[in-house]
Design a protein around this ligand. Structure first.
Ligand code: RFL
Ligand code: PHB
Length: 391
C-alpha cells in the first residue's frame, strides 16, 4: 500500500488532519489501534475556540456543530461564595467559544471521512513508524494476525500522549518539559439540565469544581480529587453531594441531579516536546504536548497544530516549497507555550494545592478578586480563554 501521508491516530488531531489534507487534494490513510466505538466512548473536551470552529468548517465537518453547538459569550468564576461573570465577548471585541463535545467533533469527522470513502484502518496492532529520517518512510502494522506496510512521503504522529511516534524518536533528539499536578479531575456526565447557562469555574475551600455542559439536557461536571481516589469508589450520590458543597447557594438550589452516564478520573499534567519534527515525521496534538484541562486548550491546540501541518503539506505538494514544513515546529511551539502558560496559570489560580499554606490561599483570593475588578486582568483572562490568533 502507498499513500502521501500516513496518519497514526484517529483522535481529533488525526481525523481533522486527514480531512484538511483531503480537501487540499493530498491522499492519506489513518491507522488507529482502537475500534471506532472505543474512540467515540472517550468523554473529553467540551470547549471550542473560533480557530477550531473555522478549521472544522474548512474540513467540511461543521454542519451539526453549527446547528447544535452552544455559543458562549462568558464564563463565571466562583470564589468566596460568590459568582463573578467574565464577559468574554465584551472584553475581546466580540469573540466567543462554542460548547460542543469532543465526542461529537470526532463523530462528525468520522462521518465525513466515511462519506468521502477515505481509508481508516481501525484496530491496527503493533503500529510502527519506520525510516522517517530518510526519503522513504514506512508504517508497519498488524491486522487480523497479518503484517502490512504502508509506504508514504510523510508520517503524522497524531497518536496522543501514550502513542508510539514520540516513543520512536531516539532520546537524544528530543527534549521534554513536564509538570505533574498533585490532584486529578473526577468527571461526571448526566442527562440533567445544566445548573447554569454559562460554565462555572469554582475555587472553594474543598477544592476546585467545574460546571460544564453538552446541551440543554446534558451536563458535565468535574471535581478536584486527590490522585489516590478511584472513580468506582464514588457513588453518584457522593459526587452530587460533594459538588453541592462546592457551589454557591443559588446554584446549589438549582442543581438537578440524576444517574451518571459516565464517571472517570483524569490526572492533570503539563508536558511539551521539542521539536515536533523528526525528518519526515511530524508530531501533532497530545502526542507532542499536554495541558491541564482548566484552560480548555488541549483539543484546540491539537486543531491548530494540524491546521499548520495541513497548510505546510499543501505548500510542499502545491508550490514545491518546504518553508512551511521547516517552520512547523517553531510556529506550533510559539502557540503551544502560550497555551501551556495559560493552562498552568488557570490551574494554579483555581485549585487547592496540598502543600499550600494560609499565605498562598490569601494570595490566590487576592488574585481572583483583582481579576474580576480590573478590566486589564479580566481582559488578559478572556483573550486567552477564547484563544489567541493563529500566527
Ligand atoms: P487523542 O484524542 O488522545 O487521540 C490519539 C489517538 O491515537 C490512538 N493511538 C494509536 N493509534 C495507533 N497506534 C498507536 N500506537 C496508538 N497510540 C495511540 C489513540 O487510540 C487515539 O485514538 O489525541 P489528539 O487527537 O491529539 O486530541 C487531543 C485531545 O483529545 C485532548 O487534548 C483533549 O481532550 C484535552 N481536553 C480538553 N481540550 C480542550 O480543548 N477543551 C476542553 O474543554 C478539554 N477538556 C480534555 C478536557 C481532556 C480531558 N481528559 C480526560 C484528559 C477534559 C478532560 C477530562
Ligand atoms: C468540558 O466540558 O469537558 C470542559 C469544559 C471546560 C474545561 C474543561 C472541560 O475547562
Amino acid at each position: 500500500m502507498r499513500t502521501q501521508v500516513a496518519i497514526i491516530g484517529a483522535g481529533p488531531a488525526g481525523l481533522l488532519l486527514g480531512q484538511l489534507l483531503h480537501k487540499a487534494g493530498i491522499d492519506n490513510i489513518i491507522l488507529e489501534q482502537r475500534s471506532a466505538s472505543y474512540v467515540l466512548g472517550r468523554i473529553r473536551a467540551g470547549v471550542l475556540e473560533q480557530v477550531t470552529v473555522d478549521l472544522l468548517e474548512q474540513a467540511g465537518a461543521a454542519v451539526r456543530m453549527r446547528a447544535e453547538g452552544l455559543p458562549h459569550q462568558g464564563i463565571e468564576l466562583l470564589f468566596g461564595g460568590q459568582r463573578h461573570r467574565i464577559d468574554l465577548h465584551g472584553l475581546t471585541g466580540g469573540k466567543s467559544v462554542v460548547v460542543y463535545g469532543q465526542t461529537e467533533v470526532t463523530r462528525d469527522l468520522m462521518e465525513v471521512r466515511a462519506a468521502e470513502g477515505l481509508t481508516t484502518i481501525y484496530e491496527a496492532a503493533q503500529v510502527q513508524p519506520l525510516d522517517f529520517d530518510g526519503p522513504s518512510p514506512r508504517v508497519r502494522y498488524e491486522k487480523d494476525g497479518q503484517v502490512h506496510e504502508i509506504a508514504c512521503d510523510f508520517i503524522a504522529g497524531c497518536d496522543g500522549f501514550h502513542g508510539v511516534c514520540r516513543a520512536s524518536v531516539p532520546a537524544e533528539r528530543i527534549r521534554t518539559f513536564e509538570k505533574v499536578y498533585p490532584f486529578g479531575w473526577l468527571g461526571l456526565l448526566a442527562d440533567t439540565p445544566p445548573v447554569s447557562d454559562e460554565l462555572i469555574y469554582a475555587n472553594t475551600e474543598r477544592g476546585f469544581a467545574l460546571c460544564s455542559q453538552r446541551s440543554a439536557q446534558r451536563s458535565r461536571y468535574y471535581l478536584q480529587v486527590p490522585l489516590t481516589e478511584k472513580a468506582q469508589d464514588w457513588s453518584d450520590e457522593a459526587f452530587w453531594q460533594e459538588l453541592r458543597l462546592r457551589l454557591d447557594p443559588e446554584a446549589r438550589e438549582r442543581l438537578v441531579t440524576g444517574p451518571s452516564l459516565e464517571k472517570s478520573i483524569a490526572p492533570l499534567r503539563s508536558f511539551v516536546t521539542e521539536p515536533m519534527r523528526f525528518g519526515r515525521m511530524f508530531l501533532a496534538g497530545d502526542a507532542a504536548h499536554i495541558v491541564p484541562p482548566t484552560g480548555a486548550k488541549g483539543l484546540n491546540l491539537a486543531a491548530s497544530d494540524v491546521g499548520y501541518l495541513a497548510h505546510a503539506l499543501a505548500q510542499h505538494y502545491g508550490e514545491r516549497s518546504d518553508a512551511g514544513l521547516d517552520g512547523y515546529s517553531g510556529r506550533c511551539l510559539a502557540r503551544i507555550w502560550k497555551a501551556e502558560r495559560f493552562s498552568w496559570w488557570m490551574t494554579s489560580l483555581l485549585h487547592r494545592f496540598p502543600e499550600a499554606g494560609a499565605f498562598d490561599a490569601r494570595v490566590q483570593q487576592a488574585e481572583l478578586d483583582y481579576i474580576v475588578r480590573s478590566q486589564a486582568a479580566s481582559t488578559a483572562l478572556a483573550e486567552n480563554y477564547v484563544g489567541l490568533p493563529l500566527a
